[in-house]
Design a protein around this ligand. Structure first.
Ligand SMILES: *Cc1c(COP(=O)(O)O)cnc(C)c1O
Length: 414
């Protein structure tokens, strides 16, 4: 170890920033405060991504032009197509999804309900089990439990190692001729465990069931080739790595082969084959439009376009590569600087099994997190003893991580 770990760490961070091809992207974001009150390190871009300056302009423009001047004509001119047009672009750039399979709508919670409920309804009568894991995000577990209550299905629980996540063998062990749907997160929200999506998807198909992947912590950060791996269904957030803003709607993916035989439960007029006929009965639109329920939240979805355009410009591979470097450096530095002070890395050490955050455990995590926020260092606290460091490749610098760890070391030492 170097005589002065902090100096060595800062020097290494400077070198990494100097050779980082994505470093200039940071200038594209709205500055997080000025001078004394500026945020020193924002490590929560996986809960709420920072806004791009372009989004502020796009919103102002939408209000002045599309809404303010074109008024209701904008529905015909642009807005009706927006959930599908934007979905296609997001699908192509971030999800490996061909056109006509991705829609922007609702929140992740609601869209998860709609797609999971549709999948359960579409399963053969003898398939009555929903497979889910105990480490999945609360909303996923609650929605699945609600659907089980509503339909009489049974939940089949996987209980993975909390420091890791769901393994292929654990999925295989619960699959049977009773399995209807398997619902899992691609990147675990606590540990950052990256599930083996291709192998698990194959195993689910071999058992005759369908899989619904939650991509909240993958979209815009980690490569997900939905078409290539023949994923059935997926949902995810746009306000995390996609920086679309608080309450920005979710995206949903339904493989073309499933679209015509799945009907989602919230059958609103906007999912009708011809909404303006306003006929007596519901007739689902062909294709992805049937998964829309009501009026699309246009204002809330405009922010999606800017980060997707940026990722298209720099390439998702480059984004993923920086995320791998950021997480690797963070783990190395935590071992070096914070392990002697009682912190341990609980995220996977194997880079091929890890998303873009690093969770560390410390007995005083709750108190430390509160004091870090006061000092303009912003990670996320996760019960019971986790500090989650979200590393957003387009907006996080290595220097920022070094700065955060220096403040954490200072707090942990006192
Ligand atoms: C953030 C997150 C959600 C959030 O759902 P909302 O409906 O947007 O609140 C759902 N699932 C996972 C895995 C998440 O990480």
């Amino acid at each position: 170890m170097h005589a002065d770990p902090l100096t060595a760490l800062r020097r290494e961070a400077d070198e990494l920033d100097a050779t980082d091809p994505l470093a200039p992207m940071r200038e594209l974001f709205v500055p997080a405060g000025k001078g004394e009150n500026a945020v020193r390190a924002y490590l929560d871009g996986n809960s709420l991504g920072r806004p791009l300056k372009a989004t502020a302009e796009r919103l102002a423009d939408l209000i002045a032009h599309d809404w303010g001047t074109r008024l209701i004509r904008s529905w015909d001119e642009r807005w009706m197509e927006m959930p599908l047009r934007l979905g296609d672009r997001l699908g192509r750039v971030c999800l490996g999804a061909g056109a006509g399979q991705t829609v922007i709508a609702d929140s992740t919670t609601v869209l998860l309900y709609k797609l999971l409920r549709a999948a359960v309804a579409g399963a053969p009568a003898r398939r009555t089990e929903i497979v889910i894991d105990s480490e999945n995000f609360p909303t996923d577990r609650y929605i699945a439990a609600g659907i089980a209550d509503e339909t009489g299905c049974t939940l089949r629980w996987i209980t993975p190692d909390p420091a890791k996540g769901v393994e292929l063998a654990e999925v295989e062990a619960v699959l049977s001729e009773r399995t209807a749907v398997v619902v899992l997160s691609h990147v675990a929200y606590k540990s950052a465990w990256l599930a083996d999506l291709p192998a698990i998807t194959r195993a689910v198909h071999d058992a005759g069931a369908v899989v619904l992947w939650d991509l909240c912590h993958s979209a815009g950060a980690v490569r997900v080739d939905l078409d290539e791996h023949e994923v059935d269904l997926a949902v995810g957030c746009t306000y995390k790595y996609l920086n679309a803003g608080p309450g920005a709607p979710a995206f949903g993916y339904v493989a073309t082969r499933h679209q015509d035989h799945l009907t989602q439960p919230i059958r609103g007029w906007m999912g009708h084959a011809d909404p303006f006929v306003m006929g007596p009965g519901f007739e689902p639109s062909p294709g992805m439009r049937r998964f829309i329920s009501g009026t699309p939240p246009i204002l809330a979805m405009v922010g999606i376009e800017d980060t997707v355009a940026l990722i298209e410009q720099v390439g998702l591979d480059q984004v993923q590569a920086k995320g791998e470097l950021l997480t690797a450096a963070t783990i190395r530095w935590v071992d070096w600087l914070l392990r002697p002070l009682g912190a341990t890395v609980v995220s996977p050490r194997d880079p091929s099994r890890r998303g873009h955050h690093v969770t560390i455990a410390h007995p005083r995590a709750r108190e430390l997190s509160a004091r870090l926020w006061e000092r303009e260092v912003i990670p996320d606290f996760r019960e019971p003893d986790g500090i989650r460091l979200g590393l957003s490749p387009l907006s996080t610098s290595f220097g920022e991580v070094a700065e955060a760890l220096a403040v954490m070391a200072d707090l942990m030492a006192t």
